[in-house]
Design a protein around this ligand. Structure first.
Ligand SMILES: Cc1ncc(COP(=O)(O)O)c(C=O)c1O
Length: 392
């Protein structure tokens, strides 16, 4: 059977592919240190698991309203209302099967064939493919490491055309860990209002920011930003619930209604049990989030320090999320011309899995997840140090 052009131009997720390689090696008995996956190494908090178990016992095992159960939509609306002082109603939220599904729903609702979506690079792997899946056109705007990986509204404005429909902003960023300052985000909101484009604000890592920062948003501009901003949130990272598949959108009613219509035909609803668990997570004790943040902060210090001492490597400080994005361009050579080649060499020789920068639209870097125990991270650093030492 012939596969559509739409799907043949979509590559499998590079981060999942790295995990697959690690799994195959492990099956062969190799001691692999896997710094590939983008998920916390902590279990889902016990009270959240219990809420899931109780949901099953209580019979929350049937279809729910398409956009989510009212209690969870209300909890999400309240969370954002309290955070930004902008009134959000449950009708302006949609519960999705993870942030990924939330993003795809947004693009389906907003992008006509040929519409342009501005994507800052380095980008999270799924953005370009998701935009292409709805026949949109990704337009890349490069962020620079020396600017802390922060793109400016001016650079984005220069890339805008009559076809520009949306810009994706992701803070804290996967893969760079950069966090966008409030002033810049407010300027983006002004630009979006002026040019009538949507800001898709992916804040799946919003609760993981370091050094006492406050997570900022285009909504900090106030209620004027509300009609142009669609926020994507997720329980995946915050509550270590990657497998439960639960995320959400918060944004204008018309977009929310359109996405709900789409999903009434696609998924019916997000998993009923996961919705109850996410409700418990959002409205319960947040101590588990603080514990994870503390652990990530310690590991971050160690990883940055070790990477910065490695031959041929420099590493800027990730200010959020749980990734380091070291610059390894000095290690590239005729033998290993791209970060993909270097990542493969690391897997084959040092049995350390990383994700090459090319997966995020930027060669010369590797992405390392520090959502792994301190011991395993230290082991990975030793192995990388040795492997890189042999290259310079
Ligand atoms: C930046 C970013 N956005 C969205 C997601 C989607 O996560 P999920 O679908 O598990 O909510 C991820 C997951 O890695 C991510 O890194």
């Amino acid at each position: 059977m012939e596969i559509t052009k739409r799907l043949t131009r979509v590559a499998p997720s590079a981060t999942l592919a790295a995990g697959e390689k690690a799994r195959r090696l492990r099956e062969q008995g190799v001691d692999v240190v896997d710094l590939g996956p983008g998920q916390p190494d902590f279990p889902t908090p016990p009270d959240v698991c219990r809420a899931g178990q109780e949901a099953i016992d209580a019979g929350h095992t049937r279809y729910t309203p398409g956009a989510g159960v009212p209690e969870l939509r209300a909890a999400v609306a309240k969370y954002y209302t309290d955070l930004y002082g902008i009134e959000y109603s449950p009708a302006e939220t949609m519960i999705a099967c993870g942030g990924k599904h939330a993003l795809y729903s947004i693009f389906s609702a907003l992008i006509e064939p040929g519409d342009e979506v501005i994507i800052p690079t380095p980008y999270w792997v799924s953005y370009p493919d998701q935009v292409r899946l709805v026949d949109g056109q990704p337009v890349y705007v490069d962020a620079a490491e020396e600017d802390g990986w922060i793109i400016t509204p001016e650079a984005v404005e220069a890339a805008c055309t009559d076809r520009t429909r949306a810009i994706i902003l992701n803070s804290p960023s996967n893969p760079t860990g950069a966090t966008m300052p409030q002033g810049v985000l407010e300027d983006f909101a002004r630009l979006a209002i002026e040019r009538d484009i949507a800001i898709v604000y992916d804040e799946c890592y919003d609760r993981f920011v370091y050094e006492g920062q406050r997570h900022a948003s285009p909504l900090d501009l106030g209620k004027d930003a509300k009609p142009v901003t669609i926020v994507v949130g997720s329980a995946s990272k915050t509550y270590s619930m990657t497998g439960w598949r639960l995320g959400w959108t918060v944004g204008p009613r018309a977009v929310t209604d359109a996405m709900s219509r789409l999903n009434s035909h696609l998924t019916s609803n997000a998993c009923s049990v996961s919705q109850q668990a996410a409700l418990a997570a959002l409205s319960g004790d947040q101590a588990s989030v603080a514990e994870m943040l503390e652990a990530f902060a310690e590991r971050r210090e160690m990883v940055i320090q070790r990477l910065s001492q490695m031959p041929g490597v420099t590493c800027s400080r990730p200010m959020g999320a749980f990734y380091a994005f070291p610059n390894i361009s000095e290690l590239l050579s005729d033998q290993f011309p791209t970060s993909g080649d270097l990542a493969t060499h690391l897997i084959d020789e040092a049995h350390v899995v990383t994700v090459p920068g090319t997966a995020f639209g930027r060669d010369g870097y590797l992405r390392l997840s520090f959502a792994t125990s301190m011991d395993r991270l230290a082991e990975a650093m030793d192995r990388m140090d040795k492997a890189f030492g042999e290259l310079v």
